[in-house]
Design a protein around this ligand. Structure first.
Ligand SMILES: [Zn+2]
Length: 346
């Protein structure tokens, strides 16, 4: 089968589009014929490699996909064949303390499709049957492929972790990335007021079209936290959704209200930061980490998206053969929404 894969870590020239062996489903797995797949920063980190990451090559990249179940393992209900599904890209053991509680993304051996096993940038992908859910009917293949990783990550950050309520105010940095936009769309579904920041006027405009309430252009504003305080009449926001990491850490502490919450899911702008413990305790601030989400959270997301007929935001669609150009676009940071690879298109 055709797949975007790597045979060693490195830059874009290490990404090959060529033939690899077809996957075979284990007893508890299904093979999905991929209609479309979507990009995440994780794919780039996996391509480049990082300390502690050991892969067996060749390795197929990609975590997000939608498609049709083509094969079922011996222990899986064969009536799943032919179903149009979306994948929860999480991989969990099913029997550790956290899995037994249903907190699958806290699993002691948690990994992700495209990281812990071959990914979705391919004509076929084998995944645990427990990870597939019916694709929302109002979404086409490109939109359904864009849903899993980014929207699941944002969903858990806003619900289980952030406990965002209607009428609360949320700050999202760097609107344009997949999780940031997902956070904006899902927070608006929940009835929150959302402040977004970007250095690009065009991205702020697009965020406004998605319902963002207030805008901070940090190419023009030196002090983002002061601007947040001005917008909130000196109070500060209830919650910050941060996908970027160390660069915005001090801004978050200066932007939340007393008793406010900060939830992190990424380190694209650095992973080591200093904490003002005085500000932390005096202001009753809660800082949380969050990764992906459980299967229960995934099903909650799919149901909420279906009920609201919400559509993921697509930046650009590339054919699988142009996976390099797609990753190149992601590395420029120019995108607004998800970058999608069309595979079969069906
Ligand atoms: Zn587990």
């Amino acid at each position: 089968m055709r797949a975007a894969h790597i045979t060693s870590h490195g830059e874009l020239d290490q990404l090959t589009i060529g033939d690899v062996s077809d996957p075979k489903p284990a007893s508890d797995e299904v093979v999905v014929e991929v209609a479309a797949a979507a990009l995440n920063h994780l794919d780039i980190w996996v391509r480049k490699g990082r300390p502690g990451l050991t892969l067996t090559f060749p390795h197929v990249l990609g975590s997000d996909a939608t498609g049709t179940v083509a094969e079922t393992g011996a222990g899986v209900d064969s009536s799943l064949k032919g179903r149009r599904v979306v994948l929860n890209p999480g991989l969990w053991c099913g029997h550790c303390e956290w899995c037994l509680r249903g907190d699958h993304s806290e699993c002691s051996t948690y990994s992700i499709v495209g990281l812990g096993r071959w990914g979705t940038f391919s004509q076929r992908v084998a995944v645990p049957a427990v990870c597939v859910s019916p694709a929302p009917e109002h979404l086409n293949a490109h939109e359904a492929a864009a849903l899993p990783l980014a929207y699941l990550t944002a969903w858990r950050m806003l619900t289980t972790r952030g406990q965002l309520e209607a009428g609360e105010t949320l700050l999202i940095h760097g609107i344009g990335g997949g999780v940031a936009i997902a956070g904006l769309q899902l927070a608006k579904l929940k009835g929150a007021r959302v402040i977004v920041s970007s250095s690009k006027e065009q991205k702020l405009k697009r965020a406004g079209e998605l319902g963002a309430d207030d805008f901070i252009d940090y190419s023009k504003t030196q002090d983002v936290a002061a601007e947040v305080k001005r917008i909130t009449n000196g109070r500060g926001v209830d919650l910050v959704l941060d996908t970027t990491g160390a660069g915005t850490w001090p801004i978050n502490f200066a932007s939340v209200r007393k008793g406010g919450r900060i939830v992190h899911c990424g380190v694209t702008a650095g992973k080591i930061a200093e904490v003002d413990i005085g500000a932390l305790y005096w202001n009753h601030i809660t800082v949380m980490g969050s990764t992906m989400g459980s299967q229960g959270e995934f099903q909650g997301l799919v149901a909420a998206v279906g009920a609201a007929k919400m559509k993921p935001v697509i930046d650009k669609i590339f054919p699988l053969a142009e996976a390099r150009a797609a990753q190149e676009r992601m590395e420029t940071g120019e995108q607004f929404g998800k970058i999608v690879l069309e595979v079969s298109g069906k």
